[in-house]
Design a protein around this ligand. Structure first.
Ligand SMILES: *[C@@H]1O[C@H](CO)[C@@H](O)[C@H](O)[C@H]1NC(C)=O
Ligand SMILES: *[C@@H]1O[C@H](CO)[C@@H](O)[C@H](O)[C@H]1NC(C)=O
Length: 443
């Protein structure tokens, strides 16, 4: 007998015919010689019972039946039947008597069971054989002797049908819930992502995930914020940063010139000045620092924004030099009779645009004679009246700037001190030749 590879659906009659013509192995043959161990096709030798035993091809041949066919073992062969086909018990009886034991069914199996080739009752898988009446919406579960129709997970039985459960009604999700056939899905608001339990929402750190901040990023609950470095301001788009032109904000940032730079600004001073405390301009004292070009015979005079080299000997006839800055007109010289007896050279520097009146220089008599009186006046160099003298007492006076002046400019003022002694009819004059440099700037 050939294996039933040639069996085709619906060929039950043909198979039955073949079975009758060729017949199964003859068990009587195998009973005679003890040493006989050969069996015909579809049977195998059982050394225990010393008989040929039917092979259950449904178990031993992989995919004995293809497709939707179910496999039914039979003596010496097997059947492939449509799953819906009922097993006809008479089929066993129609064949020749089975070898051992005979195919008798004295006790038909209880409902839900069917006999196997060992003559015991095995459960019928009603679900696999489409012998159930479960609805398409229901799952069929095989049970010993019967089966059960149940609703899939996420469905609930209402009447005969299974209906999807709307899990979203039960507030399973922290943010948003989407009901799906048989299940649901939680969704989170922007800036959040599902937590490990797929229900709660946890903050997303956008800064770690490439948030589009141009400079600085700060994560916050559900969102993020862009910030800019100092000296930049956040653009209206909330992401990019643009340089702040600090110089345009205030003219007081720098004492002199303000230069805007990316993220910052810097102050610059004119020539002859140096930057002090990042925003102030301080005059460089070239005379002090040695940066001047004055010769040995010259004296260096510093002023705001520069310096001047003056001849150390500034005395002109009939004056003679008596010290570095003092010239004397000898009383013995007749030319000196109407001249101040001495001229002392002094230098000072002031800035432009000073608020006025401003005390700029104090004159002090160096020698005081009992009973003498000193009067002070500006003898020369004040043609426009930019200065005046305020007498303090009979030995000192103050030079006062009367008008705001703008440099660069230079005054040479002859400040005269006249000493009078009425008792002795004595009158003497001495001059302080004061050079006033006015710098070009207010600093
Ligand atoms: C969350 O969902 C993912 C993807 O759907 C799944 O792999 C994971 O097992 C779920 N976790 C829990 C706790 O349900
Ligand atoms: C001027 O001051 C000096 C010193 O204080 C004094 O000796 C002198 O008498 C004063 N002269 C007059 C006129 O006040």
């Amino acid at each position: 007998m050939l294996p039933c590879a040639s069996c085709l659906p619906g060929s039950l009659l043909l198979w039955a015919l073949l079975l009758l013509l060729s017949g199964p192995a003859s068990p009587q043959d195998s009973e005679e010689p003890d040493s006989y161990t050969e069996c015909t096709d579809g049977y195998e030798w059982d050394p225990d019972s010393q008989h040929c035993r039917d092979v259950n091809e449904c178990l031993t041949i992989p995919e004995a039946c293809k497709g939707e066919m179910k496999c039914i073992n039979h003596y010496g062969g097997y059947l492939c039947l449509p799953r819906s086909a009922a097993v006809i018990n008479d089929l066993h009886g129609e064949g020749p008597p089975p070898p051992v034991p005979p195919a008798q069914h004295p006790n038909p199996c209880p409902p839900g069971y069917e006999p196997d080739d060992q003559e015991s009752c095995v459960d019928v898988d009603e679900c696999a054989q489409a012998l159930h009446d479960c609805r398409p919406s229901q799952d069929c579960h095989n049970l010993p002797g019967s089966y059960q129709c149940t609703c899939p997970d996420g469905y609930r039985k209402i009447g005969p049908e299974c209906v999807d459960i709307d899990e979203c009604r039960y507030r399973y999700c922290q943010h948003r819930c989407v009901n799906l056939p048989g299940s649901f899905r939680c969704q989170c608001e922007p800036g959040f992502q599902l937590g490990p339990n797929n229900r709660s929402c946890v903050d997303v750190n956008e800064c770690d995930m490439g948030a589009p901040c141009e400079q600085r990023c700060f994560n916050s609950y559900g969102t993020f914020l862009c910030r800019c470095h100092q000296g930049y301001e956040l653009h209206r788009d909330g992401f990019s940063c643009s340089d702040i032109d600090e110089c345009s904000y205030s003219s007081y940032l720098c004492q002199s010139r303000c230069v805007n730079e990316p993220g910052r600004f810097s102050c610059h001073c004119p020539q002859g000045y140096q930057l002090l405390a990042t925003r102030l301009c301080q005059d460089i004292d070239e005379c002090e620092s040695g940066a001047h070009q004055c010769s040995e015979a010259q004296t260096c005079v510093n002023f705001h924004g520069g310096y001047r080299c003056v001849d150390t000997n500034r005395c002109v006839e009939p004056y003679i030099q008596v010290s570095d800055n003092r010239c004397l007109c000898p009383a013995s010289n007749p030319l000196c009779r109407e001249q101040p007896s001495s001229i002392v050279h002094r230098y000072m520097t002031i800035t432009s645009e000073r608020s006025v009146p401003a005390d700029v220089f104090q004159i002090q008599a160096t020698s005081v004679y009992p009973g003498a009186y000193n009067a002070f006046q500006i003898r020369a160099g004040n043609s426009q009246g930019d200065f005046y003298i305020r007498q303090i007492n009979n030995v000192s006076a103050m030079l006062v700037l009367a008008r705001p002046v703008t440099g660069p400019r230079e005054y040479v003022l002859d400040l005269e001190m006249v000493t009078m002694n009425s008792l002795m009819s004595y009158r003497a004059s001495s001059v302080l030749r004061l050079t006033v440099f006015v710098g070009a700037y207010t600093f």
